[in-house]
Design a protein around this ligand. Structure first.
Ligand SMILES: [Zn+2]
Length: 218
């Protein structure tokens, strides 16, 4: 197998590290999930298809252009490559993407009671407005077109009957959004199992948090 070119090694290492992390957190199973990160204006590096995120090596990774042409790699890229490309395409701030099936978030993706009202400061700060896309075949052109149509300037996408995609300025950023979303869904689930009513933040509190977020990014 051809070795990963030297200039791509640091990002390939990051990708292997976060792939292992999503597996360690049990946010993926079997060959599920996929991650990618931008390594140049027109290049990304992505996890391969049909492999566990538990033990990916640097040479398992695949380098592609933003059009989907393979530049390096002897494996096939993630089957969700076109969804990733659609997200990079419409979101300038997307530099890395994590797709996983975290159990609590995914349970909401499989149901009709999405917990998308603000409950926690972290959700306002990290999540913002959520995209929810009805079930479309994974990896299909219909799915990437729908992503392009609805996911501009957002950071979190629920794929109905499938799972979660998050993105951000870095793999750490994208991963934090996955963790925050999963934690939020776990909390929402625990509230609902007690039959309790969520104590929602009022609009003044939400606006203060949004301002805090804007000041932070200035
Ligand atoms: Zn998936």
């Amino acid at each position: 197998m051809e070795s990963m070119p030297k200039e791509f090694l640091p990002m390939a290492k990051e990708l292997a590290k976060y792939s292992r992390l999503v597996w360690d957190m049990r946010f993926v199973e079997a060959n599920g999930g996929n991650l990618s990160v931008k390594i140049a204006e027109d290049l990304i590096i992505t996890t391969p298809t049909m492999m566990s995120k538990r033990e990916l090596t640097l040479d398992d990774m695949v380098v592609c252009t933003l059009k989907g042409d393979i530049v390096f790699g002897s494996r096939s890229p993630s089957s969700e490559l076109h969804s990733h490309l659609a997200i990079y395409n419409v979101n300038e701030n997307a530099k890395a993407i994590v797709h996983s099936h975290p159990p609590y978030a995914t349970s909401y993706a499989f149901a009709d009671d999405m917990p998308i009202e603000w409950l926690a400061p972290e959700s306002v700060f990290w999540i913002g407005e959520i995209c929810v896309i009805p079930f479309l075949m994974p990896g299909s052109i219909e799915l990437s077109n729908e992503i392009k149509r609805t996911c501009k300037e957002k950071y979190v996408l629920f794929l109905k009957n499938h799972g979660l995609i998050t993105w951000g300025e870095s793999l750490q950023n994208a991963m934090w959004r996955t963790e925050v979303m999963e934690s939020y869904c776990k909390t929402a689930h625990l509230i609902s199992t007690r039959g309790a009513k969520p104590a929602k933040l009022n609009s003044k509190q939400v606006n203060m948090l949004v301002k805090l977020k804007e000041d932070f990014h200035r």
